[in-house]
Design a protein around this ligand. Structure first.
Ligand code: BTN
Length: 149
């Protein structure tokens, strides 16, 4: 009995840890990132494609920010737990495009998080300015309260 108890304790901790890492991360829903930008991702179709909208909190322009459409897809072979995905935002208020790529994780506390990297391509008038037309960065998204399970 004395030797069985630590074994059961280790086993149950391992099962809990396994259970957390097996939890499904779902893209569909409302998300907010570290800059305060919000996005809504709609339901995925059978091919893993999705559409949504993006409300950025910041802009590289002096234009008035407008909610902009996004289109993306989730990798079909990893729909089970922590899928990779990519999406493009076609900004309505500037000539720019941003592509995001990332992975949907369930963290150690069981919370969903999107770890992403992005490239923001701004339009330049002259090919000589091409070298400075692309910004790169990371964003971390967490669910907004009404996130879909
Ligand atoms: C523009 O300024 O031309 C369009 C808006 C770009 C907003 C960028 S996209 C990457 C980064 N993450 C955000 O949530 N907003 C900025």
């Amino acid at each position: 009995m004395v030797r069985v108890t630590p074994f059961l304790l280790v086993l149950s901790l391992a099962l809990v840890a396994q259970g957390l890492s097996d939890r499904k991360c779902t893209l569909t829903g409302l998300w907010i990132n570290d800059l305060g930008s919000n996005m809504t991702i709609g339901d995925l179709n059978r091919k893993g494609e999705f559409a949504g909208s993006y409300h950025t909190a910041v802009t590289a322009t002096t234009n008035e920010i407008q909610v902009s459409p996004l289109q993306g897809s989730q990798h079909r072979t990893n729909q089970k737990s922590q899928p990779t995905f990519g999406f493009t935002v076609n900004w309505k208020f500037s000539d720019s495009i941003t592509v995001f790529t990332g992975q949907c994780f369930v963290d150690d506390e069981g919370k969903e998080v999107l770890k992403t990297m992005w490239l923001l391509r701004s339009r330049v008038d002259n090919i000589k300015d091409d070298w400075k037309a692309t910004r790169v960065g990371i964003n971390i998204f967490t669910p907004l309260h009404s996130h879909k399970e």
